[in-house]
Ligand binder design. Structure first.
Ligand code: ASP
Length: 587
């Protein structure tokens, strides 16, 4: 070992000992008579002190030190004078008197100050190994490692077997494009990187392993809008001879176990479950943030005999009027309401309606159209008290839900931002299919291996949009962190679903023939889930982006600024793979 101790462990108990430390020079303070150096490693910071009077030989070495150089020193642990004690750190009561110093590696002037994030992200990604020295980021990476350790501990305790599945494989559809890898040995053919281990984990169940898990890397070639990465990690789970409740309960217990260990807080289980449709009606989304105490209410009935021409027109054309009561109405100013009005108009709506309830009646731009009985109805329905503000919106149902849902989230940031709790909720009872307007065809809401609810099987062809899926999603603070389902375990049903989503027999045989065949050799009932590890850790650690919990993420353009991937390759490499690159120039 090049050191006797780390920089985070010496205390008054070590006073008088000769020690050897190694680490990075965090800062140098030259006080004329004395030079102080903060030496840092992963474990902490230790103050070194050097006095030129006592040890002249070292003066030039100490004076030549630069921040972030790596050094090794030998010295004696001494107690700090009381006025310089730093209670905030473990080593704050001692310092080490430098007796010997060895510079292991000088550091050039840095491209940015360690710990600073104001320099822009691209430069931090280019020098990620320097950015890693930022305390919070390093802590994030270590906590991530601990978390996966707890997950493994829990799952092994439940008799799960951890395996690896191929990275060079065939397409596993999860709704994105595949990343392709040419096969030199099979010219003209390509592997696809897995969008998830979905089909392998099903085959593993058919093989009889019963309980599978994997901390699995997934690859999805998507436009990197929002907070996405082309490669990311899932806690991937599959089980046999189970139903929805078994998977849900396992995940709840896994999260409770691992999060409690990581953060030392209490997680209450079971988590709430909400039906997909109800979630859309109440929150306008299937990933609701329930920390936001606002719910949407259908007010179409209240206004059925309205005198407002606008509302009348909306209701007549089959639209809905939906509202949201805000308890602390005074927190929303007229200016804020005007902004919301603009927001609604930009989305093609008529604008936002509002009523402020006061001790002496109501305020509202629609006041002269609103009848007393409507006010009374609203008061009863929404349990209105003075000070409340009602916002409402009319239009086609889905549009109203979505738009008012967005307003809910927007206002939630303002009204409920103090809530730092973790709010987990399951969304259940999804439809199996949804209609893809652009492609004019049905598609599955989850992946096509999801089982329909048994009793809905007879209506698959007649009323596909009414068929319910045996699927469940897990939402944390308004962000989807996982999803899964009970799978189809019979060939004929699986083929039927492929046909329903517009695949021809040749197509699905060519793509999924191996799965269909496996479903004919004793496929047990099975199901599972995948939890997005990056997103979950991001929320647990209070970060705003998954890049703060990933060591080497890519930019929005899918580029790694550190390695410069993706890059061109040599002509001979292309030849070996029988590939001709023909980049179409845009005119
Ligand atoms: N393979 C699915 C996904 O990646 C998860 C699952 O159904 O288990 O979303």
């Amino acid at each position: 070992m090049l050191r006797t101790h780390t920089c985070g462990e010496l205390t008054v108990k070590n006073v008088g000992e000769e020690v050897v430390l190694a680490g990075w020079v965090q800062s140098i303070r030259d006080h004329g008579g004395l030079v102080f150096v903060d030496l840092r490693d992963r474990y902490g910071i230790t103050q070194l002190v050097y006095s030129p009077q006592e040890n002249e030989k070292l003066e030039s070495a100490v004076k030549s030190l630069k921040n972030e150089s790596v050094i090794r020193i030998k010295g004696k642990v001494v107690k700090r004078p009381p006025e310089t004690v730093n209670k905030k750190i473990k080593t704050g009561e001692i310092e080490v008197k430098i007796e010997e110093i060895e510079i292991l590696n000088f550091s050039k002037p840095l491209p940015f100050e360690i710990g600073s994030t104001s320099c822009g992200e691209e430069i931090r990604l280019k020098y990620r190994y320097l950015d890693m020295r930022r305390e919070k980021f390093m802590e994030n990476i270590i906590k991530r490692s601990k978390f996966t350790h707890y997950v493994r501990e829990f799952l092994h305790g439940e008799n799960f077997v951890e395996v690896e599945t191929p990275i060079l494989t065939k397409s596993t559809p999860e709704g994105a494009r595949d990343f392709l890898v040419p096969s030199r040995l099979n010219p003209g053919k390509f592997y696809a990187l897995p969008q998830s281990p979905q089909l392998f984990k099903q085959l593993i169940m058919i093989g009889g392993l019963d309980k599978y898990f994997q901390i699995a890397r997934c690859f999805r070639d998507e436009d990197l809008r929002a907070d996405r990465q082309p490669e990311f990690t899932q806690i991937d789970i599959e089980m046999s001879f189970i139903n929805e409740d078994d998977v849900i309960s396992l995940v709840e217990r896994m999260i409770k176990f691992s999060v409690e260990k990581l953060l030392g807080i209490e997680i209450e289980i079971p988590f709430k479950r909400i039906d997909y449709n109800k979630s859309l009606e109440l929150y306008g989304t299937d990933s609701p943030d329930l920390r936001i105490g606002l719910e949407m209410e259908d007010l179409t009935d209240t206004f059925i005999n309205t005198e407002s021409e606008i509302l009348k027109r909306i209701i007549k054309s089959g639209g809905k009027i939906k509202g949201m009561k805000i308890e602390e109405g005074e927190k929303i100013s007229l200016k804020e309401i005007e902004n919301l009005n603009q927001f609604v108009k930009e989305r093609g709506g008529e604008g936002i309606g509002w009523i402020r309830f006061t001790d002496s009646g109501i305020q509202s731009p629609l006041k002269r159209y609103i009848k007393n009985e409507e006010i009374e109805d609203l008061k009863g329905r929404l349990k209105i008290s003075p000070g409340n503000l009602l916002l409402f919106l009319g239009g086609e149902r889905e549009w109203v839900n979505k738009t008012l849902g967005e307003i809910r989230v927007h206002l939630g940031k303002k009204l409920f931002s103090d809530d730092k709790n973790l709010n987990f909720v399951w969304i259940v009872n999804f439809p199996l299919f949804e209609y893809n307007q652009e492609e004019k065809r049905l598609q599955t809401k989850h992946h096509p291996f999801t089982s329909p609810v048994e009793e809905d099987i007879p209506i698959i062809e007649k009323e596909p949009l009414k068929v319910r899926a045996r699927a469940y999603d897990l939402i944390l603070n308004g962000i989807e962190i996982g999803g899964g389902s009970i799978r189809i375990n019979k060939r004929d049903l699986q083929e039927k679903i492929f046909k329903m989503i517009g695949l021809k027999e040749e197509e699905y045989r060519e793509r999924f023939g191996f799965l269909l065949e496996a479903l004919e050799y004793g496929a047990p009932p099975h199901g599972g889930i995948a939890i997005g590890l990056d997103r979950l850790i991001m929320i647990l650690l209070g970060e705003e982006t998954i890049r703060e919990v990933m060591l080497f993420p890519k930019t929005q353009k899918g580029i790694c600024p550190l390695t410069d991937a993706p890059s061109s390759v040599e002509e001979w490499q292309l030849k070996e793979n029988r590939i001709k690159v023909d980049i179409l120039q845009k005119k």
